[in-house]
Design a protein around this ligand. Structure first.
Ligand SMILES: [Fe+2]
Length: 204
């Protein structure tokens, strides 16, 4: 991308197809990104007070997990042991593709409710010591929306309580950060998305 124009859905889909090692990987990751886009835009539409750029949210959601493709092995299996690196890998892919930093950041700054340099040091995480924190409202909304759907086998939607509980395993401050996002952006209605995509809802 050499201009400041934001890419279309079709252009992002083509980028996914270019980097996906298999059709199954494409279906898994691209569908998840579409779901995160739908959740984020639904939250935005439900509450116009956020004052965020919906087009930027759309693009950020659609690209956020593109780094996951770099974690599939030759047999098409996802290497979950290196999963934490997917954000950084995605940032690198978009930078190589000529995307501006503000789009690359949706990849590197959406994991959990943000990873700080203190987190990296304290837990010995497999990442260069740095802050990976959503800063803009658009980055924060994409990060939040991402928590409501998982690429597990089979893929599933998660209730806000399940999201909060799973983040709480990483510390009380992570649960509090999620609670703050929940209070700010609200809870998405997932019933229509469940129908459209045919994924179940995990309630515990
Ligand atoms: Fe994601």
């Amino acid at each position: 991308m050499t201009t400041t124009r934001l890419p279309t859905d079709a252009e992002i889909r083509a980028l996914h197809e270019k980097h996906a090692p298999t059709r199954a990987a494409f279906e898994l990751v691209h569908t998840h990104c579409e779901i995160v886009r739908d959740i984020a835009l639904h939250l935005l539409a439900a509450d116009g007070r956020h004052g965020l750029d919906a087009e930027l949210v759309r693009v950020g959601a659609l690209v956020h997990d593109i780094g996951v493709y770099r974690l599939f092995d030759g047999d098409g299996r996802l290497d979950t042991t290196r999963y934490l690196r997917h954000g950084l890998l995605g940032h690198g892919i978009l930078r190589e593709e000529g995307f501006p930093e503000r789009l690359c950041r949706f990849c590197s700054c959406h994991t959990g409710v943000g990873i700080s340099r203190e987190d990296v040091r304290a837990h010995g995480l497999d990442l260069p010591v740095a802050d990976y924190l959503a800063e803009t409202g658009e980055e924060q909304l994409v990060m939040y929306a991402d928590k409501f759907h998982t690429k597990s086998t089979p893929p599933a939607f998660l209730t806000a309580d399940v999201c909060g509980a799973s983040l709480g395993r990483f510390g009380a401050e992570k649960a509090a950060a999620f609670a703050a996002l929940r209070a700010r952006f609200g809870e998405p209605r997932l019933d229509r998305l469940r129908e459209r995509y045919g994924h179940t809802l995990r309630t515990s």
